[in-house]
Write a protein that binds this ligand. Structure first.
Ligand SMILES: Cc1ncc(COP(=O)(O)O)c(C=O)c1O
Length: 283
């Protein structure tokens, strides 16, 4: 059982009238806890603030959230913290109530450890049939409506394959214009040769997808290292002609892609360089 605080109190249940439950009317963040402290706090708060502004939900003071996070996590070593903010309770009907106090749920669970082979040899990735719908207003933020990811992730079963090395670790999702957007739980990068050297490319997230914090950090460390970065439209054919592919999120860091459907990729030098640079970030 994760340790949970709801509006600052130890609890397990929220009201069925909560709009997060009724309509997915809210946002969440998944953070890494290292030695009892949240990693990349400022970035998670920045994304949550943008999300709250977009949905016009009252964002709890980040100092209040941090004090509750520390109450829950300090002394707990490493773990995963999920912060959920909803618009709060409301009567039947979509119309947001004029006055609501948002609900905040903090939930701490054990750290996740992925197989070392994922980092050393890379992972196998499939292409999902479930598509991501365009919605420029919601693109980028981490809102609670995740049915597309749930359906996409239900397309394959863990352990379906006999050997760990052939197990599918993640699925890629496309939009309805055949642009690759991201993984079901991760963002995507590819490395392509141009006339003047290697370019790092990642899908544009103006119409759908989640703007990952790890994605942002990878773009920053790449630019600091003088690697050209392009946020652009990418189709599957662009991925198949890339030299390197990798996936990223807060919990996995960087997973090199060893196989996409039938095509093999090497774990390349830029993936290694960026993995190291990401790990050496302080926060
Ligand atoms: C759909 C989706 N895209 C991207 C990400 C990566 O985001 P972050 O790097 O902030 O963990 C996640 C993380 O869970 C996700 O669920």
């Amino acid at each position: 059982m994760p340790a949970i605080l709801i509006n600052g109190r130890p609890a397990e249940y929220i009201s069925v009238l909560d709009r997060g439950f009724q309509y997915g009317d809210g946002l969440f963040e998944t953070l890494r806890i290292s030695a009892g402290k949240p990693r990349r706090w400022a970035q998670h708060m920045a994304r949550m603030t943008v999300g709250c502004q977009t949905l016009r939900i009252a964002m709890p003071e980040s100092t209040l959230l941090l004090s509750e996070v520390m109450r829950l996590c300090s002394g707990e070593g490493d773990g995963v913290l999920k912060i959920t903010i909803t618009r709060g309770t409301g009567e039947r009907g979509y119309a947001p109530p004029a006055q609501t106090a948002s609900t905040r749920v903090l939930s701490l669970s054990s750290a996740v450890v992925f197989p070392a082979a994922y980092y050393r040899d890379g992972v196998s990735v499939r292409v999902c049939d479930t598509r991501l719908a365009d919605n420029p207003i919601l693109a980028g933020i981490k809102h609670l409506n995740r049915l597309e990811q749930v359906l996409a992730r239900a397309e394959w079963q863990e352990g379906e394959e006999e050997r760990e090395s052939t197990q599918v670790a993640e699925g890629l999702m496309l939009d309805n214009n055949n642009n690759v957007i991201e993984g079901t739980m991760s963002n995507l990068f590819c490395v392509q040769e141009s006339g003047s050297g290697s370019v790092l490319k990642t899908p544009l997230l103006t119409h759908c997808g989640v703007k990952g914090i790890t994605r942002e950090n990878i773009i920053n460390v790449a630019e600091a290292a003088g690697i050209p970065v392009q946020e652009t439209t990418l189709e599957l054919a662009d991925l198949y002609r890339s030299q390197e592919l990798f996936l990223c999120n807060t919990l996995m860091g960087i997973w090199p892609v060893r196989q996409l459907e039938e095509q093999h990729f090497d774990v390349g030098p830029m993936t290694g360089q960026l993995s190291q640079a990401l790990e050496s970030l302080h926060d």
